[in-house]
Design a protein around this ligand. Sequence first.
Ligand SMILES: Nc1ncnc2c1ncn2[C@@H]1O[C@H](COP(=O)(O)OP(=O)(O)O)[C@@H](O)[C@H]1O
Ligand SMILES: [Mg+2]
Length: 367
Amino acid sequence: MSLTHLTLTNFKNYQTLDADFSPRINCITGDNGEGKTNILDAIYYMSFCKSFFTGTDSLNIRHGEQFFIVQGTYDFGDHTDEIYCGFEPGKRKRFKRNKKEYDRFADHIGLIPLVMVSPYDINLIIGGSEERRKFIDGIISQFDKEYLLQYQRYVKILAQRNHLLKETPQTWQIDDQMLQIYDDQLAESGQFIYQKRKEFVTGIAPIFQKYFEAVSQGKEQVSLSYTTTLDEKPLAEQLQENRAIDMATRYTNFGVHKDDLELGMSGQPIKRLGSQGQQKTYLVAMKLAQFDYINNLCGQKPILLLDDIFDKLDQSRVEQIVNLVAQNNFGQIFITDTSTTRIGEILKKVQGDNLHYNLRNNTLTRM
Ligand SMILES: Nc1ncnc2c1ncn2[C@@H]1O[C@H](COP(=O)(O)OP(=O)(O)O)[C@@H](O)[C@H]1O
Ligand SMILES: [Mg+2]
């Protein structure tokens, strides 16, 4: 599957944009602020019915205009799909496939699998544990609706349990029966989430390692593992045993909302030890592992967006990444970079169909 044609109307900095793309590697180069990321965001939009950057659709409308439209033609081999998205403030956002409007966006998400790698994703490496749980949950729930339901249930019960702990006046006895009901429900959903997360991380860890080694040429040893107290004991037991602590702190101290990923390099946390380039390599390898995981699950190669990821990486790593994604197990790729010569040189060396555009004054020119 690949995006063959993209049309933008009043989307961000573009009054109009019409572009054809290669089913393999597409590079867009240009100076800062020319609108490279905005093109990738439009492509992201057509997969997820929203911008990578903001949930506020009015921000995507070109300043001074009243609406935006993003349209794409996708080649699925045996058929093509026309995807349309139109938004005008005050009206409902319209999402269509072959002129037929979707009732729910959720029915569309998954049709065009996509993996984005953006400089903003570095928080996955250097940010708090919440970022990493979001990463895991986002990937699993995209293809496992039961997981999404259990996750939503967990979040809701956790909020109710915390509310009970927090709002019961200090002088009152906490309602034990109510707490037990919450504990039972929380344990049930939590145990489910734990199992799925464990399977997921166990599955992607070796793939991640393979990609990291390929990009770094085996220079560093890395590890990726799931850390959770549920490895020691079922959640039901932990909740039971730690009630006194929860009552004292008025908060739920144990559960899958405390899980994390341990990201190691040479036996140390990458967050503390890694250089910016090493952290970036780590991020790219994680995202490529995500690519493999989705590919295996849905039998379709996701579109891969590599937005401005080469800054702070040495030439050898940049070349390794481009060589990797140029292999046949990858599908359509979009790469943006500020350096036209760097990308031009690398593209000369890779086999196969590729397209290089330079972006200036909202216009794409073939190089
Ligand atoms: N809603 C909008 N209307 C007009 N211009 C916008 C809008 N949103 C973003 N821009 C412009 O897009 C430009 C940034 O584009 P971006 O794709 O991030 O550039 P690049 O990735 O090439 O550095 C900025 O100049 C910004 O002002
Ligand atoms: Mg950019």
